[in-house]
Design a binder for this molecule. Structure first.
Ligand SMILES: [Zn+2]
Length: 400
C-alpha cells in the first residue's frame, strides 16, 4: 500500500464576510479534494491538547501519530533537530528571535524579516560577546535563531521555566511577558545584555539607513530538552519521506526518522513553488511507503488576514499537489490519501485557534459515505471525531 499525507497548514477556518459568509475551504475551487471527499470519508480531529498553545509544533506531532502529552518538550528542540544539532541529556535548546522593540513594546517579532545573511552576522557577534562553551548562539533562517545551552545535571531550567512566544504579543509592553520561573534570570539577563551588543552593530546601522527595522535585541522562548521520539518505522512499520520548507516540521520528521526531501523553490511562504512540491512528492512515492507534503502558505495568508489569498493557496494545493499525487497513487494496486490541516488559523484573529480540524481520507478499502465535498461544515456531519488527533494515524495505516 502507498500512502500520501497532505497538510495545508492552518487551512481550517470560520466563515468570513470577505468570502460572503463562507470559510476559505468552502470558497476555494478544489475539484480534487471535493472528489476525494465524495469517494471517501471526512472526519474531525483535535491535534492540540488543552494544556498547549495551538501551533504547528504540538499539532504536527499529533498528525504524525505521536501523543504531544507524552512527547512534546518544546519548540526549540524540534528546530534544533531540523538543523542537525544533537542535544545531550542535560542540554536545552532555546528559540532566539531577533526582534524589534520600540518604546519597550514588541513592535516586530521578525526584526523586519531580517535576512538570514544579516542574522548570521548578528548571531556571530552575539556569540563573541555573550557566548561561552556552554551558551551557543546558532544562526537559523531569518529571525528564527537558536541558543543552545550545554549543561550538566542539576541545570538552571525546569518545566516550570515559562517564556512567551513573541508573535503572540504584538505591540504589547514586553515587561509583562519576560521569562519567569527557574533559571529565567539568566534568560532575562542575556536578553538585556543583547541590547548593548546590537545597538551599534554595523548591520543594524545599515538597516536603519535603508529604512528597515533593526534587530534591537534577542527574545528567548520555546525552550526545551531533547524529546525522546520512538522511530516511526518501529511504531508504525512504514518508511516515510517529508516535503516541507519549515524547520519545525522538518525537526519532527528528523526525530521520527522520516527522510527529508528538499524541493527547490519551496519557500515556506505564499510564493512557494506548489507544482515543484507536487512533482517531488510523486517521485518520492516510488521509494517510500508514505509521502507527506506540508504547505505553510494557508497559515501565512491567515496571519496576514488575507482571505482571497488564503483561498488561492488552497486552490494551488488542490491543483498542483493533490491532483498529481492522487493520479500517481491510483497507478498502484493499493493506496490511501489523508488531507488534514495541523491546526486552525482564523482570518478574523490572524492567529492560531483551538478546535477540531476537518480532514479527508480516501483510497483502498475506504467506502464512500455520501459526503458532498470538503469543508468544515460538511465534516461536522462525520462520526469520525478524534479528541486525540494522534490516534488518526493508526486508522489511516490500517489496511481494512
Ligand atoms: Zn502559523
Amino acid at each position: 500500500m502507498k500512502y500520501a499525507i497532505i497538510i495545508p497548514d492552518g487551512a481550517a477556518d470560520e466563515p468570513v464576510k470577505e468570502l460572503q459568509g463562507r470559510t476559505p475551504l468552502q470558497a476555494a475551487r478544489k475539484p480534487h479534494m471535493d472528489k476525494l471527499a465524495r469517494q471517501g470519508r471526512l472526519g474531525l480531529s483535535n491535534n492540540v491538547p488543552d494544556q498547549f498553545t495551538p501551533a504547528s509544533d504540538v499539532a504536527m506531532l499529533s498528525v504524525f501519530g505521536y501523543d504531544p502529552v507524552r512527547y512534546y518538550t518544546g519548540r526549540a528542540p524540534l528546530e534544533a533537530a531540523a538543523q542537525g544539532i544533537k542535544l545531550g541529556p542535560y542540554d536545552w535548546a532555546i528559540r532566539c528571535n531577533l526582534v524589534y522593540i520600540e518604546n519597550e513594546e514588541m513592535r516586530d517579532f521578525t526584526a523586519g524579516h531580517i535576512s538570514s545573511e544579516e542574522a548570521r552576522d548578528l548571531m556571530a557577534t552575539l556569540q563573541q560577546s555573550l557566548g561561552t562553551a556552554s551558551w551557543q548562539f546558532v544562526a537559523g533562517v531569518s529571525y528564527r535563531n537558536l541558543l543552545i545551552y550545554r549543561g550538566q545535571a542539576g541545570g538552571p531550567f525546569s518545566a516550570d521555566t515559562k517564556t512567551q512566544p513573541p508573535h503572540d504579543i504584538p505591540d504589547r509592553p514586553i515587561a509583562e511577558y519576560l521569562p519567569s520561573g527557574p533559571g529565567s534570570e539568566i534568560l532575562r539577563d542575556l536578553m538585556e545584555r543583547s541590547r548593548e551588543v546590537l545597538r551599534h552593530h554595523p548591520i543594524n546601522k545599515k538597516r536603519q539607513a535603508e529604512g528597515k527595522r533593526p534587530a534591537t535585541q534577542i527574545w528567548l522562548w520555546g525552550l526545551g530538552q531533547a524529546p525522546n521520539l520512538e522511530p516511526f518505522e518501529r511504531l508504525y512499520g512504514k518508511r516515510g519521506a517529508i516535503i516541507t520548507a519549515v524547520d519545525l516540521v522538518r525537526g519532527v520528521g528528523a526525530l521520527t526518522g522520516w527522510h527529508r526531501i528538499d524541493v527547490p523553490g519551496a519557500t515556506g511562504y505564499i510564493d512557494t513553488d506548489y507544482a515543484a512540491k507536487g512533482r517531488y512528492a510523486v517521485k518520492a512515492l516510488t521509494d517510500y511507503d508514505i509521502v507527506c507534503v506540508h504547505i505553510e502558505a494557508p497559515d501565512e495568508a491567515s496571519h496576514e488576514g488575507k482571505a482571497e489569498v488564503k483561498v488561492w493557496t488552497i486552490e494551488q494545493i488542490d491543483q498542483h499537489i493533490v491532483g498529481p499525487l492522487v493520479e500517481a497513487l491510483t497507478t498502484y494496486p493499493a493506496w490511501r490519501v489523508w488531507i488534514t490541516p495541523d491546526h486552525r488559523t482564523t482570518l478574523q484573529t490572524r492567529a492560531h485557534a483551538r478546535g477540531l480540524v476537518p480532514w479527508i481520507m480516501a483510497g483502498t478499502n475506504i467506502a464512500a459515505e455520501n459526503f458532498l465535498g470538503y469543508d468544515e461544515f460538511e465534516a461536522e456531519k462525520s462520526h469520525y471525531r478524534f479528541a486525540e488527533g494522534w490516534r488518526v494515524m493508526r486508522m489511516f495505516l490500517n489496511p481494512d
